[in-house]
Design a protein around this ligand. Structure first.
Ligand code: ADP
Ligand code: MG
Length: 373
């Protein structure tokens, strides 16, 4: 579906991704209405927010009446909500994708059905299955809830010394999947955008570092490797198979033997934030273009970029000098431990130059913290 000029885009979920979608869409004349149960959802600071439960059909009716087309910033919007909205408004990506990506087990089986490589996993529904699986993975794994996990939440690390009984007590009562720990060399993600005619464009491969399951930094373009090119091909196959419309991000583990798919996100993604300054068209603009049926923009990088997440607190940017290659994004969220509250992207012409700038920025930060503290 092609929207007219100046469309109104409805976004289910009003977090920082919705906020950055809007910030990318406003210069193009797009308008936005957000829907989020949290009345303080941070997208509400930049556009109208309808705050109601995802099962509130009256509020959803109002939302639909005000928008031309609908997308989401969060893959755990209840399927019933998205299906309800789909009866009256086009929703992109198609809610069928949500059904798969909301459940880690269905998602892994979907990748296997496409003959794509995933690490060893084992569905767990009882303590004895956990004990059996943990043993067969030499007590090196991750027990994960099948549903609702993000930013490392809903995960339990299995180690040789771990108390499986205690882990079971915390995790039991919900569908689970045990994964063998992958000894990866690095983690990468592939950010693709597909339009409704089937054209797929991809951004430079991004290298990601996580701390305690939360993304800490992303760097792009990642160092070249033959595996990495395979990752782009796998992502392309997934997008094609799903007849996907919008931005799709696939996370990979790169090992000595090749790449394994970790998971996919049917939306714009934290590992693509660098594209705001680092690519010719940002992931946010391209997602909107795809959703509105507009022509996609080029995904080439301008140079090199590193993105650092602010987790739990934000730097005092009001007292930092403005430097041309440093780009701050604060989300207007209340800082809380483990919560993503902003990011900074550093850009440079080459990888060595980028490294220097990152080191200089880190020093500037620690100096300012020392001065403050
Ligand atoms: N099977 C695994 N082997 C090694 N590391 C893992 C594994 N599963 C998760 N991790 C680590 O935890 C991070 C978050 O896990 P992920 O499954 O991507 O969950 P989330 O939905 O929270 O992003 C991964 O990016 C990786 O660093
Ligand atoms: Mg992940």
């Amino acid at each position: 579906m092609k929207t007219h000029t100046q469309p109104v885009i409805g976004v289910l979920g009003g977090g920082q991704l919705a906020r950055m979608l809007a910030l990318a869409g406003y210069p193009l004349g797009m308008r936005f209405v957000f829907f989020d149960p949290d009345p303080n959802a941070c997208a509400g600071q930049v556009g109208p927010l309808i705050s109601a439960g995802y099962d509130d059909t009256r509020a959803l009716d109002e939302f639909m009446q005000r928008v031309d087309v609908v997308t989401f910033d969060f893959e755990n919007v209840p399927l019933s909500t998205v299906r309800y909205v789909q009866q009256r408004r086009a929703v992109y990506p198609d809610p069928d994708v949500l059904e798969i990506s909301q459940d880690r087990l269905l998602e892994k089986r979907f990748f296997q059905r496409l003959d794509l490589p995933v690490g060893p996993f084992f569905p767990v529904n009882s303590f004895s299955e956990l004990a059996f699986g943990a043993k067969s993975y030499d007590f090196e794994g991750f027990l994960k809830t099948r549903r609702m996990g993000y930013d490392g939440k809903g995960q339990f690390r299995i180690t040789p010394g771990a108390d499986l009984k205690a882990i079971w007590q915390q995790a039991a009562g919900q569908p689970l999947v045990l994964e063998k720990r992958v000894g990866f060399k690095r983690e990468i993600s592939v950010i693709s955008v597909r339009d409704s005619d089937g054209q797929i464009l991809q951004y430079a491969i991004t290298e990601n570092k996580h701390n305690n399951g939360i993304l800490a930094t992303s760097t792009a373009p990642a160092r070249h490797s033959e595996n990495a090119q395979k990752a782009q091909e796998y992502a392309r196959r997934i997008a094609t198979e799903l007849a996907y419309v919008g931005v799709l991000v696939v996370e990979f583990f790169e090992t000595g033997e090749g790449v394994l798919i970790n998971e996919m996100a049917p939306r714009v993604h934290n590992s693509g934030h660098w594209t705001i300054e680092g690519a010719m068209t940002s992931q946010f603009e391209n997602h909107l273009r795809a959703v509105c049926g507009w022509p996609l923009g080029m995904t080439d990088s301008w140079g090199y970029a590193a993105m650092l997440n602010w987790i739990g607190s934000v730097p005092d940017i009001a007292h930092m000098p403005k430097q041309p290659h440093i780009h701050h994004h604060l989300y207007g969220k209340q800082p809380r431990p483990g919560r993503k509250v902003g990011h900074t992207t550093i850009t440079a012409e080459g990888p060595a130059h980028l490294q220097q700038k990152v080191v200089a920025f880190a020093k500037q930060l620690s100096d300012s913290l020392n001065a403050a503290g």
